[in-house]
Design a protein around this ligand. Structure first.
Ligand code: GDP
Ligand code: IMO
Ligand code: MG
Length: 432
């Protein structure tokens, strides 16, 4: 029995979806614990591509229970769309394989509108959010004005909260942002219908996980976003509005920290970032464009081109510290084939001198100059390699350098989007 958390170590899109799908094989429950449909987790199974924004990436495995914890913010229309899409593939989503926390917060239309008008007002200083209403929904949660899943199941409570919220939101939308005020009637109709649709799936995630844990089941927690998008420890203010770190799996699902056995960090073999914010190893020229094209680095949620750059071990080492990582999964190694010389950042040069730890202020990170170590590249196609020893010598050298800089072992190597395109060195559920 083991309970494992999977976390992105960079700025998101590291390939968490692929790894979670793969590990789900040996898990009994797969749990999302934070974020919302700002996430886009891609799975390629039987040559079909699935992108999940809310439903945990274990859903394609029969006999597993997928759970959406209290820490997630839910846009019910997106959840229902994902359920319908799975049905089209003949994969039924039932209360046996999906449980939605009663206590998760609901993304309302005014959250999406506020997200958009705030970004517009910020102009050049905008964060580049996904526009899904994530920030405003978490604001209402922390401000104790939120509407939760259980409110959708009780029309009186829902209407009361909707009217109270709209009184304030309409004032701000209309008077401050010059936007149209919202009419509560169609919103109530729409959301109460969502409530009816999701009612059979609503449950107590914490209680369910406690029982599953006591019964010796394997629990897999699926992080969304990445460590450096964390609201506290990320590149503030260019972050998302939730804690993305492993520690939040406990709060966001309702399980105690003593019940977690291992945290696996997903590291893309280079770095990407969507939206604004500091990115010391960003490649603005041809190599960056090449990585974007070969790696298909376009947002799974918004379709935006992702900014691409060299692997930054200062960033990854901060993630090892912040998440207590036990091992790394290196993804998209195949994308680097054909680049003559590869670089990995080991330290930064700042006005105050050299440092090999991450500065906490975005302003400092914005102006730092990364110090790189260079590695000879390789030309071989890696996607068919099944064993570590069959990787080209230069690929093994690159991985050995990553492992040495990280100071923790590489547990998995991903060389393509499919399940089979993976070299597993240490399966986290086999080595608790
Ligand atoms: P997530 O948000 O961390 O789940 O990552 P995304 O799904 O947003 O982005 C990762 C993309 O890379 C997806 O299109 C995956 O199908 C793809 N992918 C994952 N692992 C690999 C890999 O090892 N090689 C290649 N070429 N693609 C991969
Ligand atoms: P997955 O789970 C990459 C980024 C947005 C923006 C910032 C804030 O697929 O790795 P938000 O809408 O959350 O308020 O936007 O965070 N962002 C992501 N970037 N992958 C994600 O999720 C992201 N979720 C949010 O681009 O810069
Ligand atoms: Mg993604």
């Amino acid at each position: 029995m083991a309970n494992v958390i999977v976390i992105g170590t960079q700025w998101g899109d590291e390939g968490k979806g692929k790894v979670v799908d793969l590990l789900s094989d040996k898990a009994d429950c797969v749990v999302r614990f934070q974020g919302g449909n700002n996430a886009g987790h891609t799975l390629v199974v039987n040559n079909e591509k699935f992108i999940f924004h809310l439903i945990p990436s274990g859903i394609l495995h029969p006999g597993k229970t997928c759970l959406i914890g209290n820490g997630v913010v839910i846009d019910p229309s997106v959840l229902i769309r994902e359920m319908d899409l799975l049905l089209e593939y003949g994969l039924g989503v039932t209360p046996e394989n999906l449980i939605v926390s009663r206590y998760a917060h609901i993304i309302m239309p005014y959250h999406r509108i506020l997200d958009a008008v705030r970004e517009k007002r910020k102009g050049k200083t905008k964060i580049g959010t996904t526009g899904r209403g994530i920030g405003p929904c978490y604001e209402d949660k922390v401000g104790r004005n939120g509407i939760r899943v259980h409110d959708l199941l009780d029309s009186r409570s829902f209407l009361e909260k909707l009217h109270a919220n709209l009184e304030e939101k309409n004032f701000v939308l209309h008077r401050f942002f010059g936007a149209e005020p919202l009419d509560p009637t169609p919103i109530a109709e729409e959301y109460l219908a969502y409530g009816e649709r999701i009612a059979p799936f609503v449950g107590d995630v914490s209680e369910f996980l406690h029982k599953a844990d006591q019964d010796g089941k394997n629990l897999l927690f699926e992080g969304a976003q990445g460590t450096h998008l964390d609201i506290d420890h990320g590149t503030y203010p260019f972050v998302t509005s939730s804690n993305t770190l492993a520690g939040n799996a406990c709060c966001g699902a309702g399980i105690g920290p003593t019940r977690i056995h291992k945290v696996l960090g997903i590291v893309k073999a280079y770095t990407t970032r969507v939206g604004a914010g500091p990115f010391p190893t960003e490649l603005l020229g041809d190599t960056g464009i090449r990585i974007r094209e070969v790696g298909g680095e376009f947002g799974a949620t918004t379709g935006r081109p992702r900014r691409c750059g060299w692997l930054d071990m200062v960033v990854v080492k901060a993630s090892i510290r912040l998440n207590g990582l036990a091992g790394l999964a290196i993804t998209k190694l195949d994308v680097l084939s054909g680049i003559p010389t590869l670089k990995i950042a080991k330290a930064y040069q700042l006005e105050s001198g050299q440092r090999d730890t991450l500065p906490g202020e975005s302003d400092a990170l914005q102006v730092c100059r990364p110090e790189f170590e260079e590695f000879p590249g390789w030309n071989e196609n890696l996607s068919t390699v099944q064993r570590f020893d069959d990787l080209p010598a230069n690929t093994r050298k690159y991985l050995a350098a990553v492992e040495e800089m990280a100071g923790i072992p590489i547990a998995m190597i991903s060389v393509g989007p499919r399940r089979t395109e993976t070299i597993i060195l240490r399966h986290p559920f086999d080595n608790p």
